[in-house]
Design a protein. Sequence first.
Length: 295
Amino acid sequence: MKMLRSWLFVPGDDERKMTKAVGGEADALLFDLEDAVADERQEIARQMVADILTANPDRSRQQLWVRINPLDSELSLPDLAAVMRGKPDGIILPKTYSAADVNRLGDFLSALEAREGIDQGATKILCVATETASSLVTFESYIRDVTDRLVGLTWGGEDLAAALGASDNRHPVTGDYDEPYLLARTFTLATARAIDAQPVGSVFVDFRNLEGLEKECLRDRRMGYIGKIAIHPAQVPIINRAFSPSEEEIAYARRVIDIFEQNPGLGTVGLDGKMLDMPHLKQARNVIALAEQLA
Ligand code: COA
Ligand code: MG
């Protein structure tokens, strides 16, 4: 699966923002039919999203995804039925309880792909894995049985706070996430890696604070996340840069790979006075693979 660094949310009923975002720097756009759209605008938004998808069939430089309403809302099926004619690259599923929701969405997509003449399985899924109270204790369900359509997991701290009855999700002085959100972040990462899906960093809602965003991107990346959800175009270049391997990282990764290739059969080697073994080689290969994909 292609790794996508920046995933920009665009309200699905805002023509100005939608037109502006298409062809911009974001690796993927997420046209929103859920929280960003008022109920009385739902039908207009569905048609606008289907139209912009249809008008932009070439997704080689930027993927186009749609966030539908949660499956337990009566809006979700009409959302899907309306947008599938535009052949979205994928669907974002909010407020999941467990992998069962993702599998149900997969079945709906199979039927709609058949209707639209789309290859079976072509429509991918990114789920927002932690927006309900149940979701924090059902991660194991993804490892047991989940559709191959699920290519990414992200997490949400805003709806989760509401679901847990919290008055806030960050410490009032330090601004650090409280425990349930750290748990959500860790389990989302581990679950995504366990099923070979992309772990995608959560939104940074304070969209004027670009320095804070950059810090959070670097921390996400250090932990193993790849890419982040954006809500404002100004966040996109920061996310793209933070999740692209730097020249120095690429050069170092090449040296690590070289030294193992020059010493076949050796499991451990020394470089610049540091011990390197298989995890370092794997890491170096990941850096090069990502750099090659971005080039
Ligand atoms: N996608 C595309 N363009 C966007 C955008 C977005 N998500 N957010 C802002 N812009 C555009 C604005 O239209 C504006 O362009 P213009 O000057 O040509 O009109 C420009 O970027 C600067 O916008 P700015 O004035 O800084 O922000 P704002 O106050 O208009 O909007 C938000 C702030 C948060 C309402 C807006 O960024 C937004 O709608 N974000 C997405 C919200 C969303 O989808 N949420 C659901 C998921 S959590
Ligand atoms: Mg709504």
